[in-house]
Design a protein around this ligand. Sequence first.
Ligand SMILES: [Zn+2]
Length: 400
Amino acid sequence: MDKPQLKDHRQIGQELDLFSFHDVAPGAVFWHSKGWIIYKVLQNFLIERLAKEGYQEISTPVMVKSELFKKSGHWDFYSENMFNLTVEKESYSLKPMNCPEASLIFSTKIRSYQDLPLRFSEFGVLHRNELSGVLGGLFRVRQFAIDDAHHFIRPDQIQDEIHRLIVLVIEFYKSLGFKPEFYLSTKPDKAMGDPKLWEEAEKDLEEALKKAKVKYGTKEKDGAFYGPKIDIHIKDSQKRDWQLATIQLDFQIPEKMGLSYIDSDGKEKRPVIVHRAILGSLERFIGILTEHYQGAFPVWLSPVQVAIIPISEKHVEHSKKVLEELSRNGVRGEIYDKNGTMQLKIREATLQKVPYLVIIGDREIENSKVSVRTRDGQNLESEMLSDFIKRVKESIDKKI
Ligand SMILES: [Zn+2]
């Protein structure tokens, strides 16, 4: 049997009405309503999970004076990738990362050693200047958001904090059906900062990986010049390897931004920053998921979870009631009431990869039941609408 032809996420995005790109904004996504549902559902899932981990969500400006990036040290090695503009004779930049501004929020108060770790999460809109020639769908964009966070911690908290993060990453990916792989990147030749701090930090990262009982590889000398890191990869349904997330220690930004906390001995000390993302760029991650599932998203992520198919026009009224009932229960439905035979409507909903199709005819109205089909063409027994809704809600809760 021939393997079905795999589609590119751009093609799927167009067929399922998820997003589009336009010449007026190269590398920036126009999210259509259905694509934005996927985006928000993923984002909310993260937010709910992070709240349990003691994160505080923050939001900082997209456009700030370039002097901030000069102070943070980004300007020297990153200004070519930044969008800079002049406003009232002053140089401004669109932020390419959130860290300097998160650091500013940290510095608005005197922090004690007891306040740490402080965990700020942020879905800030970032801009990075990729050449228009290398832009490619959701995989390479100029404007995007990372599920970003910055942890401000004491050096003695590194091991514990990283261990917690590894566990969180494993759990999160597990709920999405992926098994993350970890790589420890060690000190590069051009590293900055105290060699002893580097050595201890690398040991802490290694211990944290061992404690989490995960297998990991090593990327020798692949750490950033400002600190060692752990890279997180996944494999998709086509066995392609993706590096998505990073857990990065940073000894430099606290220095450059003059961050401090009061230690138990009453002295001012420098915190360490952990930059971390779990999914990485949400745009890119949704591109990967779109190809991974080939548009057949699991129920909880599907923009439309139930297609309601009235057999003929006289069943439309009742279909509307079914839709209302679904909405009331937090299930996303859509009525397929355009002209055409029932077969045509079923075909259309199947091509749209809607997980459940419910058929509404005379018999269903009489018995207050629905006849359910899946997008794979499986006919399920007809059941009470309330039972069906309960089942769909269970799938949503279990993230399947
Ligand atoms: Zn950062």
